[in-house]
Design a protein around this ligand. Structure first.
Ligand SMILES: Cc1ncc(COP(=O)(O)O)c(C=O)c1O
Length: 399
């Protein structure tokens, strides 16, 4: 079906929450490239917003999904599921977590984490510990509880009254955290590297001090690793950069490499869900977990976390090099392949469109920030070709 017809259907039948979509429809992908219905090739540096860690049509992931589909797609978690148990084991063996619960998305994983923190305190007899502290400029999802957790007002519009007992504090401000904690505090939930607000890694000292404060006040420390987990930042999990371990961390996005799956990963101390406390029809289904196994196996077996880190560092270094002579770049931030480029002028969308015209897919955050989250299989040459394209696109705006 041609793009015009699809656009008509979309306008007539779809509730548009995504605004003006980019004028393209992709028909297929291979590696880090997507191909459009008008036969153009695009380097996908957004990877479905940090989802396609293995790129497109990766044979291991594709085969795992096909093979599982031939066996069975769904089976209730009322029965034992081999892929579910195996994926849980792999996540535990490669992280600080001892127990896993599977969801279908990032928001749902965060809901699970919030519920788990509350259940932990309830079961300890801390009946009044129900408040969750989060950070300003955070993003935790689009469900009612996770928008309340999200410290950005634009996501709250129309949803008053918000789910109660969430409050956001400024990041990297330890005094603000101390002031916010009281006898009702249940958990402190943070993205160690904030993604949706434009790639903002938290200070290492801050995170380490926060860990200590959470220990002192029996506050559950939750890391939302929906975007920064699964090798995105050069370590398998974001928390590894900070030399601390969270009590709970959440995953989604890259965990299924494009197939929807999320996970609540908890250390034994807080892993207090028992039968009846939580559940999901689709969460942890055989197919999603088969995809998850293929992703984690490939990340580890093909050394993609290390190679992604090397490429990410090259891109960051080379962008910083461009910055020294280009007045339009204010700051280059990021870790591994989670990279934000802050511009001095509000031209992020225009630059994004220019790059699109040249066959590069990148994201923009607000008016000044460009964000790239490429597949972990990207090579240095491919990464540097983006830097050159960006440099050229910016040239036109230098007066
Ligand atoms: C850090 C973080 N948490 C949660 C979410 C929500 O994930 P999902 O869209 O899968 O519900 C996102 C999505 O961008 C995210 O970046």
């Amino acid at each position: 079906m041609d793009l015009q017809t699809i656009k008509q259907y979309d306008k007539q039948y779809f509730m548009n929450t995504y605004g003006d979509r980019t004028n393209v429809m992709f028909t297929h992908g291979k590696g880090i490239y997507l191909y459009s219905s008008d036969n153009k090739k695009y380097m996908d540096l957004l990877a479905g917003i940090a989802v396609n860690a293995l790129g497109h049509a990766h044979p291991t992931l594709t085969n795992a999904i096909i093979e599982q589909t031939k066996k069975y797609i769904h089976c209730s978690s009322l029965y034992y599921i081999d892929t579910q148990a195996i994926l849980a084991k792999k996540l535990v063996e490669n992280s600080c977590a001892n127990k896993i619960f599977f969801s279908n998305s990032g928001a749902e994983a965060n809901e699970g984490a919030i519920k788990l923190a509350r259940v932990y305190h309830k079961k300890k007899g801390n009946l009044n510990k129900y408040e969750i502290i989060t950070l300003e400029k955070s993003f935790h999802g689009r469900t009612l509880a996770t928008i309340a957790a999200t410290g950005q007002e634009k996501y709250h519009k129309h949803y008053d009254p918000l789910t109660p007992k969430f409050k956001s504090i400024p990041k990297n401000n330890i005094q603000a955290l101390k002031n916010a904690i009281n006898e009702n505090t249940c958990a402190f939930m943070i993205e160690p590297i904030q993604g949706e607000s434009g790639v903002n890694p938290l200070d290492i000292n801050y995170v380490q001090q926060a860990r200590k404060i959470c220990d002192d006040f029996d506050v559950v420390l939750i890391f939302d690793e929906v975007q920064c987990g699964m090798g995105r930042t050069g370590t398998l999990f974001g928390y590894e950069h900070f030399d601390v371990q969270p009590d709970i961390f959440t995953l989604a996005k890259a965990l299924g490499g494009g197939f929807p799956i999320g996970a609540v990963c908890a250390i034994d101390k807080v892993a207090s869900f028992e039968p009846g406390d939580h559940g999901s029809t689709f969460g942890g289904n055989p197919l999603a977990c088969a995809a998850g196994i293929a992703v984690i196996d490939t990340l580890i077996n093909d050394n993609l976390v290390q190679s992604g880190n090397t490429v990410g560092n090259s891109i960051i270094d080379s962008l910083k090099n461009v910055m020294t002579s280009c007045v339009l770049i204010k700051e280059v931030r990021g870790m591994g392949l989670m990279i934000g480029i802050e511009l001095t002028k509000p031209i992020a969308k225009e630059i994004k469109n220019k790059l699109f015209d040249q066959g590069f897919l990148v994201g923009s955050v607000g008016e000044n920030i460009l964000r790239i989250l490429p597949p972990l299989i990207i090579t240095i040459e491919e990464g540097l070709s983006f830097v050159t394209a960006l440099e050229n696109a910016l040239q036109e705006y230098i007066k």
